[in-house]
Design a protein around this ligand. Structure first.
Ligand SMILES: Nc1ncnc2c1ncn2[C@@H]1O[C@H](COP(=O)(O)OP(=O)(O)OP(=O)(O)O)[C@@H](O)[C@H]1O
Ligand SMILES: [Mg+2]
Length: 282
């Protein structure tokens, strides 16, 4: 289903899109869990992916990151800045991941290594893609922690993940994701594990950084209000397909699709005014 297709220019390439997913199909064994998904993402744009549990949001994101593993069969096309990603070797994918395309997932505790200090994990992430002295890497890491408002970043550099709060751990992961100045950030339910006030703060941080860095972002959430605050455009998934896509405003206030309407009906209140700052309770 191609709900958000743009007319191609004469060379056949879409003009300003950085990510083009065309007719993506993903199988686990005989089960087709993503069934012909097409999505386009422009530079600096946030695409919200919503839909019920099991609709294929995470596997679509993982396919873009090349992280599905050998159990999955992937067909179709995922072009990142004109380059086909499906079929890249693990090594090619690894060099892209973290550098051009970064990710933040739901569970900061499982994404961080519990027995390694936060500082060491950060400097390792930095040194994975850039050659620099240990001292420089440490300075970079501390600056990155300061950018996500970790108090006393230099002092806390040697602390372990469990010594930080859940919100701080997610900030640390955001800092790690952005350390190489990627152009695309894939955020899969990045605040779902956090309580509501902390969630609002982390979302506001993410939105600020997204704007500052001009990041393109795929933002996955089952929370439509959250997606309304973050996304420029929204795609609604159901049973492995995109059933509706359009501007966040249109999809979240005037959906054409009955399934989107039913999702919205389940949300008590929804504010789509994305210019308003999120309520931050301190
Ligand atoms: N490794 C796997 N092996 C087999 N099936 C899988 C695997 N990963 C995902 N699936 C299946 O693929 C489908 C889509 O899963 P996915 O995780 O993308 O859903 P989702 O939309 O992210 O849901 P949620 O909102 O719960 O996170 C589901 O039916 C799921 O059971
Ligand atoms: Mg998911």
């Amino acid at each position: 289903m191609q709900l958000d297709a743009q007319p191609p220019n004469p060379s056949g390439r879409l003009t300003d899109s950085v990510l083009e997913i065309r007719d993506l199909r993903i199988w686990f064994g005989a089960t087709e869990v993503v069934r012909g998904v097409s999505l386009t993402l422009r530079a600096g744009e946030v695409l919200g992916l919503v839909g019920e549990s099991g609709s294929g949001k995470s596997v679509t994101s993982l396919a873009v990151l090349g992280l599905l593993g050998p159990a999955a069969r992937v067909e179709g096309s995922i072009r990142w800045r004109g380059r086909e990603m499906i079929g890249l070797s693990n090594e090619e994918m690894r060099s892209m991941r973290g550098r051009e395309i970064a990710m933040v997932f739901q569970e900061p505790m499982t994404a961080l290594n519990p027995v390694m200090t936060v500082g060491r994990q950060m400097t390792e992430a930095i040194e994975a893609h850039e050659r620099m002295s240990g001292r420089e890497a440490k300075q970079r890491a501390i600056a990155a922690l300061e950018a996500v408002a970790i108090p006393e970043a230099a002092r806390r550099f040697g602390d372990y993940p469990h010594q930080f709060s859940g919100g701080q751990r997610q900030r640390i992961l955001i800092a790690m994701a952005l350390v190489h100045k990627p152009q695309l950030l894939i955020a899969d339910e990045p605040t779902t594990a956090l309580d509501v006030t902390v969630q609002a703060q982390v979302l506001e941080l993410l939105k600020t950084l997204q704007r500052e860095h001009g990041l393109a972002m795929i933002f996955t959430s089952h929370d439509l209000a959250v997606v309304g605050q973050m996304a420029d455009r929204v795609a609604v998934m159901r049973r492995g397909q995109v059933v509706e896509a359009g501007s966040a405003e249109q999809v979240l206030t005037d959906p054409g699709n009955a399934y989107t309407q039913s999702l919205l009906a389940a949300v008590p209140t929804l504010r789509t005014d994305r210019e308003k700052p999120l309520a931050v309770v301190s």
